[in-house]
Design a protein around this ligand. Structure first.
Ligand SMILES: Nc1ncnc2c1ncn2[C@@H]1O[C@H](COP(=O)(O)OP(=O)(O)OP(=O)(O)O)[C@@H](O)[C@H]1O
Ligand SMILES: [Mg+2]
Length: 269
């Protein structure tokens, strides 16, 4: 059976401030969706809410995987259900090596009933798999010995992200790839890596302003967020239009959402 990630009328607040105001989105396994929208429209907030980040409180609506309500689940439970989230600003964990981190993550996802403290997947078998994935992705095997994200360049952080995807093989991958701090090497790593890994087993939500990312990963669906709602959904042509023309036309087509966007900015100023 093909899986579905379904977001229904999702409302999310940060502190007292409502950010998402009723987001609806349905991603099927094997589909590529692009999420676009101006700065501050709520794209990363949606990604954090999907990840179960504690600072983002869901005040209404649901997130479901195959009809199972995951809205209240912890991040690790979501990962076991096959969700993968890559962030704009990945955490640095000095003292934990890439290989150790991945061995834990892979064990948790593949043995969902494992109790804390029970054995990890076998070292030899794991190393063999890790090396072969790294070779496929053109990565130096030494990389696995480094401390997670510690001193990683933009491109290396992205290689790490793609390596995680390759090892975990999630059903749903949510990639928040905003323009800040992404050099062209990093964009290439993600766009080629994703093109190699995505397929009928994986549903992908790419949050990006980068044309290049979508060029190699043509979205079947493009969603536009404005003022905390998805105001339009189209195909790859909509992404191209937004890249060429920006959001002025979208704001004109959705005056109500544009007014709320302006009011929220006013409140922050
Ligand atoms: N942790 C937080 N604390 C305070 N405000 C937040 C927090 N996270 C998000 N917000 C606010 O929520 C709104 C949406 O932010 P969000 O980061 O989701 O936008 P975005 O669409 O991802 O923008 P960008 O394209 O710049 O990445 C903004 O007004 C932002 O200031
Ligand atoms: Mg963002």
């Amino acid at each position: 059976m093909s899986s579905v990630l379904k977001v229904s009328d999702l409302h999310v607040s940060v502190g007292e401030t409502p950010i998402l105001k009723g987001v609806n989105l349905e991603i099927g396994q094997g589909e590529i969706h692009a999420l676009m929208g101006p700065n501050g429209s709520g794209k990363s907030t949606l990604a954090y809410a999907l990840a179960g980040h504690p600072n983002y409180s869901v005040t209404g609506g649901t997130i479901e995987v195959d009809g199972v309500n995951i809205t209240e689940m912890e991040a690790d439970e979501r990962a076991r259900l096959g969700m993968f989230l890559a962030f704009q600003y990945p955490v640095v964990i000095p003292g934990v090596k890439v290989a150790d981190f991945l061995r834990h993550a892979v064990t948790n996802v593949r043995n969902p009933d494992r109790k804390e403290g029970e054995g990890l997947i076998g070292m030899r078998e794991f190393r063999k798999e890790l090396r072969s994935r790294m070779t496929e992705l053109g990565m130096d095997h030494e990389f696995a010995r480094r401390y997670l994200n510690d001193g990683f360049s933009g491109g290396e952080k992205k290689r790490m992200e793609i390596l995680q995807l390759a090892m975990l093989q999630p059903r749903f991958a949510i990639l928040d790839e905003t323009d800040s701090g992404l050099d062209s090497d990093a964009v290439r790593v993600v766009s080629e890596g994703l093109a190699r890994l995505s397929g009928p087993q994986m549903g992908v939500l790419i949050i990006t302003h980068h044309e290049r990312l979508l060029e190699f990963n043509t979205p079947q669906f493009t969603h536009v967020m404005l003022g905390g709602r998805i105001v339009e959904t189209g195909d790859a042509a909509l992404a191209n239009e937004l890249h060429s023309n920006g959001y002025a036309e979208v704001r004109k087509r959705h005056p109500q959402a544009a007014a709320e966007e302006a009011a929220a900015e006013e409140a922050l100023a």
